[in-house]
Ligand binder design. Structure first.
Ligand SMILES: [Zn+2]
Ligand SMILES: [Zn+2]
Length: 341
């Protein structure tokens, strides 16, 4: 049986080919439908004194973590994050490759909240990721309505869990409308979603620009934000791999800082609400979405050192979506080490 999050990792790092609802699985990536034994709920790991000090004192800190699985139940996510010694995490709120999922039960919601509290996580440390099927730029009205319904369901799930953000890929114009029309369609969809919900911020992720996917440059993200009425409920997530794949050369300290200056000028640093920390399996400007473990790809380790020593990236979730789950704990420890050096 497939469960939410089951083997999702094998698919992590793929954008669709831009054809809504007809994803082309690309070569060299494990198909996600491989039978997978359910992850056992991890045994609680004790928190360090230092961790509780930061939480209790409210001092700003780096919220470092990974996109953890929700298999077995959404309430397992905080436990898995704690097991990784994470101070933040990302997760799906339902199966990311299906339109509908059964609603949470009251018990599931309660258990999630209890685990959040016992593991020391607050909503600001969590960046939920929306499903991959949602395409708010879809020019076809019927397909668009399906995306809206799915988005509303996900926002409601965030509300139920007490979470305050939902990270979304802007979508694809499917080469049927212009980029500007696509951005307008995304913005008006976000307006509709925000008017029918409360307390959840939509966090637009930059993309590698595969096919007709919007959001591979900061100008398109800015165009979407310009069309959103309530600017306090829209934010941006920068994925390091997507930036690199879309042509932003962030391999060096100077390169990264100048790209962030550009982001600040075009969009504004205030909108930055989270980051995905991934190395790249493909070269600069490959326009493809292929994540690699930190320091093992074409992007290299330098950019992650720079991020971990820049105060601007504190107090927002910084989530790994790297392909080797077995080394997440080490990758998180390495990032924490960078922040101290
Ligand atoms: Zn990606
Ligand atoms: Zn990402």
């Amino acid at each position: 049986m497939l469960v939410a999050g089951g083997c999702w990792l094998g698919r992590m790092g793929d954008e669709s080919d831009g054809i809504d609802g007809k994803y082309v699985w690309k070569r060299g990536v494990t198909p996600y439908l491989i039978p997978h034994p359910p992850h056992p709920a991890p045994a609680p790991a004790p928190r360090t004194f230092e961790f509780w000090f930061w939480i209790v004192s409210g001092v700003s800190m780096y919220y470092i973590g990974a996109h953890v699985s929700v298999s077995g139940g959404v309430f397992n996510a905080p436990l898995r994050a704690r097991e990784l010694d994470a101070s933040g995490f990302a997760m799906f709120v339902k199966n990311q490759r299906q339109w509908v999922a059964k609603p949470y039960t009251a018990e599931e919601i309660e258990e999630f909240k209890l685990n959040m509290a016992s593991c020391g996580f607050t909503a600001g440390q969590v960046l939920p990721h929306a499903g991959y099927l949602i395409n708010l730029a879809n020019p076809d009205d019927e397909a668009h309505a399906k995306s809206m319904a799915s988005l509303m369901d996900e926002i409601q799930r965030c509300e139920q869990l007490g979470l305050t953000m939902l990270n979304l890929h802007p979508g694809s114009h499917l080469r049927k409308i212009t980029v500007a029309e696509g951005c307008d369609r995304v913005a008006s969809s976000i307006n509709t979603a925000l008017s029918q919900s409360s307390g959840v911020k939509i966090v637009i992720e930059n993309t590698a620009g595969t096919g007709g996917n919007l959001g591979s440059n900061f100008e398109e993200i800015k165009a979407i934000i310009d069309g959103v009425d309530d600017k306090s409920r829209v934010g941006v997530c920068i994925d390091t791999m997507h930036s690199f794949g879309a042509g932003y050369d962030i391999r060096t300290r100077d390169g990264f800082l100048s790209v962030m200056d550009h982001f600040d000028g075009v969009v504004g640093m205030d909108y930055l609400s989270g980051m995905h920390l991934n190395d790249s399996m493909v070269e600069l400007n490959a326009r493809r979405d292929r994540h690699e473990s930190l320091g093992k790809g074409f992007l290299g380790i330098e950019v992650f050192k720079v991020i971990m020593q820049d105060e601007r990236f504190k107090n927002i979730p910084l989530a790994l979506e790297t392909p080797n789950e077995a080394i997440w704990k080490q990758e998180i420890a390495l990032l924490r080490e960078f922040s101290r050096s």
